[in-house]
Design a protein around this ligand. Structure first.
Ligand code: 5GP
Ligand code: ZN
Length: 116
């Protein structure tokens, strides 16, 4: 999609610190990290958010799970642990309207998922 920042990273129109890539999925460092390790795992297909996933995307969703596992390994947080988050819509706090999965780690993130 023309004005999508993540499509631009996927298409190498703007730089991203890419750590992992397959034909279907890409992973790069978050520009404003919320943890010592913070990467975004993103399907190359432009899907807006969880609401827009269809039956045809089931295989892609599985590939994303495997990519998340690989990114955790590559960035050294597999054993220490990590959190995976996807935000959808306004109340979910989604800023970039191309579905993505935050992979956060490198410190103990606490037990609360939502921090006020
Ligand atoms: P959301 O709030 O949509 O779930 O998360 C979007 C994330 O994308 C944010 O954590 C933000 O820091 C990150 N981000 C926004 N623009 C860019 C960019 O141009 N490059 C990279 N690498 N990350 C970005
Ligand atoms: Zn996009």
């Amino acid at each position: 999609m023309a004005d999508c920042i993540f499509c631009k990273i996927i298409n190498r129109e703007i730089p991203g610190n890419i750590v992992f890539e397959t034909d279907d999925v890409i992973a790069f460092e978050d520009a404003h990290p919320n943890a010592p390790v913070h990467y975004l795992v993103v399907p190359k297909k432009h899907i807006t958010c969880m609401n827009d996933i269809n039956e045809e995307d089931i295989e892609l969703m599985g590939k994303i799970q495997l990519a998340i596992k690989e990114v955790a390994k590559i960035t050294g947080i597999s054993e220490s642990g990590y959190r995976v988050i996807t935000n959808c819509g306004d109340d979910g706090g989604q800023m970039v309207k191309h579905i993505h999965y935050h992979v956060l780690g490198g410190k103990h993130l606490g037990c609360k998922i939502v921090h006020e």
